[in-house]
Design a binder for this molecule. Structure first.
Ligand code: SAH
Length: 228
């Protein structure tokens, strides 16, 4: 399908998500209009990229439905200049949306660091991000984000895009005071989307309703995942 058709499909999707109340703020709307989702799905699925549905990526993993990305982005309320840490890079699409908001031009300090457990997915995401023009503002790291993170406490927003068996304390630890994190927390079959606000050294939690994500794996979840 020609590029201009993708742009038109993207515009229609953004209209639908705005009408349904998922997209609210201008900066997030702008990001959704800009980021080419078709460049973040496997080539054979490109024509389905602007349907509001999750799609398979690699290794049994998925790219979340656009309305879920919109909901999480709005709850995260990123601002220009924020440093976002994402756990679960997947296709790189959500990281690109975040980068559009925190670093709309290549100037400024806004940055997204994203961790992916599966090397194959990390390579897929990195290729997608580079080709779509986000190589300078998104750093993809092959790492297990399920336990203590070897990162400095320097982030202002945190995002987990896989189901956490419990609150992501490891992520909250590397967030500065005043930060916000969004994560699905719960069992394999059902999780709740939670917003964490770190203020004056305490973390306040807000529940935002049931969601369904692929499970977080790795050492910290006790699933015995080996780094193959
Ligand atoms: N945000 C992604 C969708 C993520 S799907 C997107 O926009 O496409 C969840 C991803 O989390 C999968 O790619 C999975 O491999 C990864 N994942 C699972 N456990 C992880 C862990 N412990 N550390 C880092 N990534 C993990």
């Amino acid at each position: 399908m020609p590029q201009e058709n993708y742009a038109e499909q993207r515009r229609l999707l953004v209209e639908k998500l705005s009408r349904e109340g998922y997209i609210k703020s201008p900066s997030i709307k702008r990001a959704f209009l800009k980021v080419p989702r078709h460049m973040f799905v496997p080539p054979r699925l490109r024509d389905a990229a602007y349907l509001d549905t999750p799609l398979p990526t690699l290794k049994g993993q998925t790219i979340s439905a656009p309305h879920m990305c919109a909901l999480m982005c709005e709850l995260l309320s990123p601002r220009q200049g924020d440093k976002i840490l994402e756990i679960g890079t997947g296709s790189g699409y959500h990281a690109a949306l975040c980068a559009e908001v925190v670093a709309p031009s290549l100037l400024g300090d806004g940055l997204v660091v994203t961790l992916e457990l599966e090397p194959e997915l990390a390579r897929f995401a990195w290729k997608n991000l580079k080709e779509a023009g986000y190589g300078a503002k998104v750093h993809v790291i092959i790492a297990d984000g399920s336990f203590t993170l070897p990162l400095r406490k320097a982030f202002t927003r945190g995002l987990v895009t896989a189901a956490c068996p419990r609150d992501p304390q490891n992520l909250l630890e590397v967030l500065l005071d005043g930060s916000i994190a969004v994560a699905p927390v719960g069992s394999y079959y059902l999780q709740e989307l939670i917003v964490f606000r770190k203020t004056n050294g305490i973390t306040i939690k807000e529940r935002k309703g049931p969601v369904l994500f692929v499970p977080l794996r790795g050492v910290g979840t006790g699933d015995g995942h080996s780094h193959s």
